[in-house]
Ligand binder design. Structure first.
Ligand SMILES: CCCCCCCC/C=C\CCCCCCCC(=O)N[C@@H](CCSC)C(=O)O
Ligand SMILES: [Zn+2]
Ligand SMILES: [Zn+2]
Length: 512
């Protein structure tokens, strides 16, 4: 009997050893032979004549754009007078665009701007560059090193609200268009510029109406590029080169209104539970029960695979073997807010209101939860999860607003528009790696899904980990060098969009 057990144990151990060796061999082989998704940058054809310098006039125009305080506060509550001024300023600053017979300008939804630049070949589907005119309000003004609406130049940086969200792309694309038109260039492919005026409050009166206008015109758009993820410097662990992140999708959102109504009364005779207490418990449950970690099920995994061959060894091994290490990477991602946001649906408590007086038991408590929904989840799934976690019928849960996660746009070598974008990025950042990702924030593109199936989000400036807090935060800024890159990126993009998408690149058929 003992012999039998010994035999069984030894066979089991041998089997385990063989299995371990096999797994190890697969890991090593995949690490060594994982395919590279990177392509070499296109040959540089650039001359001095083919470059938009960030000269005095262009910088002055950008500064003036920053000085206009086009703040969006709440849905439907913005700064109409500033928007009108911004619109007039754009008209005066880009006379070549506004005087061109090729350009049609429409004011949409009172303040948003839609430009159509007529291409010479009507058989080609138009494309669209999008951005927005509005900015978020300023908080903690005293902490700014330059006034937030000054556009002040300091140590090579332009400071101000909107410098990276997103007046850089609005002004940069206009500068590029003006540069091209002033040289007598007529695009082959019709180009739209779409600038919403309330992106920061979900674009209901701007981008939504732009989308309706284009739908009424029967437009189908070849590809759309909006503000988005930047070129990261040190954002991705294990990669020393800069990484250009192309947002091929974006998270959805759901804003929840939580309310508890209980009897109020004199603070000297409290019941065991108050409206405030009941709501606090519900919120505490939500914070303590995060939505499931979904890392590895979507674009975030491809993001790592696309740069795997360029990573230092331990990261390379993990990224080229996500079939095995996904749970480990998922756990690591959950440790930092910016990576956690890529791994799961997030839960942010953004408002909590209750109480009227120190000695009055509040009959009401309300809170707002801002969920950002992982691309592999859904509005319904998130709601079901929350209700299960709260598990308290006294908490009234209402959806204020929601948008499902965006459809995933085509990416990789089989997508001519993605590859065109990648090559344009490489013309500006020849040393950068390029990888798909999804945006954890939302953009106006949420209103454009019916217009195109190739929607990308990218902003051609460099961002370091310490810059992340500048977005919607204190000391938002862009370097002069990066603003110059922004203008030249759009310039190259407009030029590249006139080259045949299919034959020049990867031999794919591209109908229009
Ligand atoms: C390992 C991590 C790599 C990921 C790299 C990406 C780093 C992300 C850095 C920057 C993202 C830039 C996003 C800018 C666009 C912001 C858009 C915005 O503000 N949207 C608002 C819209 C309001 S309506 C709800 C938002 O709140 O989402
Ligand atoms: Zn923005
Ligand atoms: Zn923003």
């Amino acid at each position: 009997m003992a012999r039998g057990i010994r035999y069984f144990l030894s066979v089991t151990l041998k089997l385990l050893a063989v299995m371990l060796a096999s797994v190890l061999m697969i890991v090593v082989t995949r690490t060594a032979t994982f395919p590279s998704y990177q392509t070499s940058p296109p040959a540089c054809e650039e001359s001095d004549d083919d470059f938009i310098p960030a000269d005095k006039e262009r910088l002055a125009r950008f500064t003036s754009a920053i000085q206009l305080q086009t703040v969006s506060y709440e849905r439907g509550v913005g700064t109409p007078q500033e928007l009108v001024k911004f619109s007039q300023f754009i008209q005066e600053s880009f006379p070549t665009i506004h005087g061109s017979p090729m350009v049609r300008r429409d004011v949409v939804g009172n303040y948003s701007l839609l430009y159509r630049v007529e291409g010479s070949d009507a058989s080609l589907q138009p494309y669209m560059l999008a951005s927005h005119l509005d900015v978020v309000p300023v908080a903690e003004e005293a902490k700014w090193v330059a006034p937030p609406f000054s556009g002040e130049l300091k140590d090579g940086y332009i400071y101000g609200r909107g410098t990276i969200d997103a007046k850089h792309s609005l002004m940069g694309s206009l500068e590029a268009l003006q540069f091209l038109l002033s040289r007598g260039h007529q695009p082959k492919r019709t180009l739209y510029l779409a600038f919403g005026h309330d992106e920061e409050t979900q674009g209901h009166f701007g981008a939504k109406v732009i989308s309706e206008v284009l739908t009424q015109r029967g437009e189908k758009i070849k590809f759309i590029l909006d503000e988005g993820t930047p070129v990261g410097d040190g954002l991705l662990p294990g990669v020393s080169k800069p990484v250009a992140f192309i947002g091929v999708a974006e998270k959805g959102f759901m804003t929840l209104h939580l309310e508890v109504n209980e009897e109020g009364g004199h603070a000297s005779m409290p019941k065991p539970e108050s409206a405030i207490g009941i709501l606090s418990k519900a919120i505490s449950k939500l914070e303590n029960n995060p939505h499931p970690n979904m890392f590895g099920t979507g674009v975030e995994a491809r993001m790592l695979e696309y740069v795997a061959t360029e990573m230092t060894l331990p990261y390379r091994m993990l990224s080229s073997n996500l079939w095995l290490f996904s749970p480990l990477v998922a756990w690591v991602y959950s440790k930092k807010p910016q990576t956690n946001a890529m791994a799961r649906t997030t839960t942010a408590l953004t408002r909590f209101n209750a109480g009227v007086k120190d000695n009055v038991i509040s009959p009401e408590a309300v809170a707002v939860i801002d969920h950002r929904i992982h691309p592999m989840s859904s509005v319904e799934e998130v709601m079901e999860f929350d209700l299960k976690v709260i598990n308290d019928p006294r908490v009234n849960v209402k959806v204020k607003n929601s948008r499902p996660p965006a459809p995933i746009s085509p990416y990789g070598k089989d997508s001519p528009t993605y590859m065109m974008l990648q090559e344009t990025i490489q013309q500006i950042y020849p040393d950068a790696l390029v990888t798909p990702t999804f945006m954890v924030a939302t953009t106006d593109t949420g209103h454009y899904w019916n217009l195109s199936n190739a929607i990308y989000r990218f902003s051609p400036y460099v961002m370091t980990p310490s810059d992340l807090a500048r977005l919607h935060g204190v000391n938002e800024r862009i370097s002069v060098k990066d603003y110059e890159r922004v203008m030249n990126f759009y310039y190259h993009l407009i030029v590249n969009m006139d080259k045949p998408l299919e034959t020049k690149r990867h031999g794919h058929e591209d109908e229009l």
